[in-house]
Design a protein around this ligand. Structure first.
Ligand SMILES: [Zn+2]
Length: 314
């Protein structure tokens, strides 16, 4: 197994430091080439740790490589440093501007380098997202590579009717690269459990592709969601959660209280957030008693009535 690390310069920052991409290549034979990326959103910090753990397994020969893995552990180093979703320098969301612009905003310059130097000549691609600094999330997108998405093994899968434009997955689709976008973990809660689940899911996907040796475990019975509501508050204040991380990927009745927002000044109840669908699947929530801004990601809820049950694989 050969391991090399490439640094791709992007720009010079005002403080004199160089903004660069760090791309690892692990070569272990003539098998498929698979790209893995994380921290395209800088506050989704579990992804780089998952890739670090996989790299350690490869270095110690605890997994056998039958092809090539290319890893971009931190897609947006500026946002990762600041623990923010968007780039602090220009406030742009990196995962909406692909294929980028070599002469655009610094985030667009970053996207252009990722599209040119990383998202090329791949047989499959996995992108790690998460809930962010506060929310915790628990599903995998099922789009261009249903078998691979299922192999990750989460209970919930989601096929959007209108995928977000300008993502790394958009570029992968245009280039005919099957891709999986993972949304698993985030926040400051249960992070060890989520690191383990992410690594286990990734290893199973990589066995399925054939880039790691061994048989993939068949997919469990899973729920494929088609309708997902993002609930954002209208009032900032203290969020007092009524559902917790262990409730994720579970179904609750419509009207179930998910959380209440109180004013920290007058103590008045400002907003009560309830489950919107008669059969609501909890996809994203906040497990912390902390201030929340109006309009921020608070809950994501799937509609169980329009979801499909996918039988366990063989
Ligand atoms: Zn993300």
């Amino acid at each position: 197994m050969e391991h090399s690390v490439e640094r791709v310069p992007v720009a010079t920052m005002v403080n004199g430091s160089e903004l660069a991409l760090t791309i690892h290549t692990f070569r272990g034979g003539d098998g498929p080439v698979v790209g893995l990326s994380a921290a395209i959103h800088g506050d989704e910090t579990i992804g780089p740790e998952v890739l670090r753990r996989l790299a350690a397994l490869l270095e110690r020969s605890e997994v056998e490589l039958r092809g090539t893995l290319r890893m971009l552990p931190v897609g947006n180093p500026l946002a990762y440093e600041a623990n923010t979703r968007n780039t602090p320098t220009d406030h742009v969301n990196l995962n909406r501007v692909f294929p980028g612009d070599p002469n655009g905003w610094v985030t667009e310059q970053l996207a252009a380098k990722i599209a040119k130097h990383f998202l090329t000549d791949l047989d499959a691609y996995v992108d790690f997202h998460a809930g962010g600094a506060y929310p915790v999330v628990d599903y995998v997108y099922l789009t261009s590579a249903p078998e691979l998405s299922r192999a990750f093994g989460t209970r919930l899968l989601y096929r959007p009717k209108d995928p977000y434009p300008g993502t790394t997955a958009t570029i992968a689709d245009e280039r005919g690269i099957p891709s999986v976008t993972v949304e698993l973990g985030g926040g400051l809660f249960h992070e060890e459990e989520y690191a383990t689940r992410n690594l286990d899911g990734l290893r199973n996907v990589l066995r399925h592709v054939g880039v790691l040796a061994g048989d993939a475990t068949p997919a469990p019975e899973q729920i494929l969601m088609h309708d997902l509501a993002v609930i954002r508050p209208h009032h900032g204040g203290i969020l007092v959660p009524q559902v917790r991380v262990p409730d994720l990927a579970r179904e609750v009745e419509g009207g179930t209280v998910l959380g209440r927002i109180y004013s920290p000044y007058t103590f008045e109840l400002l907003e009560t957030i309830t489950a919107p669908f008669a059969r609501s699947l909890l996809v994203l929530l906040r497990d912390n008693l902390a201030p929340i801004h109006p309009g921020s990601y608070m809950y994501m809820v799937g509609d169980a009535a329009t979801a499909e049950t996918l039988p366990a694989g063989t």
